[in-house]
Design a protein around this ligand. Structure first.
Ligand code: SF4
Length: 382
């Protein structure tokens, strides 16, 4: 996996989903929305320029358009952003270029345009195959749109497709979840990301649960859904290579591996995060501030922090342990100049005794139970 990773954030959505706490803004209709997108695209191009002049002409190993809803933009706008990137960066031979796609916002022509421009991976936000759950989540699409987006993507030549799914939705039970997974697997995606629903403060869904109008999925049900996920996807030929991510052999998401291996990446766009030259940073989330700063030729950063060796070590451990194969002892020693046990020997011994971690000659990793209790386990290394 050679080359720098570049993340580009598109912070617009058709409307806000009822569980969403991401930085995304419903795009106003008519002229106001068009003007906002135009200004935002200008700001993005400018930031690509500014970032490239500081980073130098790097070789990119992956590009990831995330959101928000990148596919809410006209596909030709995404293509022109890729052209801008190409002017300033070299592309690695086997570059992975992903676009997050909301099934309610794609067309066959648009997907063909993206594919022809070099996009070679789509991450489709299906979330569920149950119409009532999609409704409860406030998604803008139904089940039929997931199918048509998926088939249109195949038709356009995408041979690397990922589906996002959410479990732990209020009212969900093991047989309903099994049906959702079976429907997803029947489409034969190369990759699946399966996240537990997080009830984020301030979202309509969290408020309904807090107000007693909806019942959160009980913890024991969530554990049952997690276990079904692992066994069903394994039986279908998917390897869980990260806590929430499953892939067919060779189809792991290379861009996201950059994060888990704590390698550098550039984050471009409002509310993007990056890690480059030993500095971790976030750009302005407020669109107006982001656009103004970027168009003035400044790096539109809301904050940045030079990483101390201890911070780098902590991030490397807590991100690396999310991977099923675990943390490489030799890579750790090479990066920090001492062994994992030199610093975390005690924690490792305790967690091994609790049956939450294991090790072999090369890797230190979480057990199946350790992955289920990942937050508890990883807190030992912060
Ligand atoms: S599509 Fe994604 S980013 Fe947009 S509102 Fe829904 S969950 Fe949030």
């Amino acid at each position: 996996m050679a080359g720098l990773a570049l993340y580009l954030h598109i912070p617009f959505c058709a409307r806000k989903c009822r569980y969403c706490a991401f930085v995304s803004h419903p795009l106003p209709g008519g002229g106001a929305g068009k003007a906002l997108v135009r200004d935002y695209l200008r700001a993005l191009r400018r930031e690509i320029n500014t970032a490239a002049s500081l980073a130098g002409r790097q070789v990119l190993g992956s590009i990831y358009f995330g959101g928000g809803t990148p596919t809410l933009l006209d596909p030709s706008d995404l293509v022109s952003l890729l052209e801008e990137i190409r002017e300033h960066f070299d592309w690695g031979d086997d570059i992975e270029i992903t676009v997050e796609a909301n099934p309610g916002t794609v067309s066959a022509d648009g997907l063909r345009l993206l594919r022809d421009a070099g996009v070679n991976r789509l991450s489709i936000g299906a979330q569920s195959f149950n119409p009532e759950e999609l409704e409860l989540l406030g998604r803008i699409h139904g089940v039929a749109e997931i199918y048509s987006a998926f088939y249109a993507a195949r038709e356009a030549g995408f041979d690397n497709l990922s589906l996002d799914l959410i479990y732990g939705i209020p009212g969900q039970n093991p047989s309903g979840w099994r049906a959702v997974l079976e429907e997803a697997v029947a489409l034969h995606p190369e990759h699946l990301s399966v996240y537990g629903l997080s009830l984020e403060e301030g979202t309509p869904l969290a408020e309904e649960v807090a107000g007693g109008r909806l019942q959160a999925c009980p913890e024991e049900t969530q554990v049952a859904l997690w276990e079904i996920t692992g066994s069903l996807l394994k039986a279908a030929g998917y390897e869980r290579y990260e806590i929430a991510n499953f892939a067919r052999p060779g189809r792991q998401c290379r861009h996201n591996l950059t994060y888990w291996l704590n390698r550098p990446y550039l984050g471009i766009g409002a509310a993007a995060h990056g890690y480059f030259n030993g500095i971790r940073y976030a750009t302005h989330g407020d669109l107006k501030t982001y656009i103004e700063n970027s168009l003035r030729g400044r790096l539109p950063r809301a904050w940045e922090e030079h990483q101390t060796p201890e911070q780098e070590r902590t991030d490397t451990v807590i991100m690396g342990l999310r991977l099923t194969r675990g943390l490489s002892r030799s890579a750790f020693r090479h990066r920090f100049g001492y062994s994992f046990e030199d610093v975390f020997g005690e924690q490792l011994a305790v967690l091994e005794q609790e049956g939450l971690m294991e090790e072999n000659d090369e890797f230190i990793y979480l057990t199946e139970r350790g992955r289920l209790l990942a937050n508890y386990v990883l807190a030992h290394f912060v």
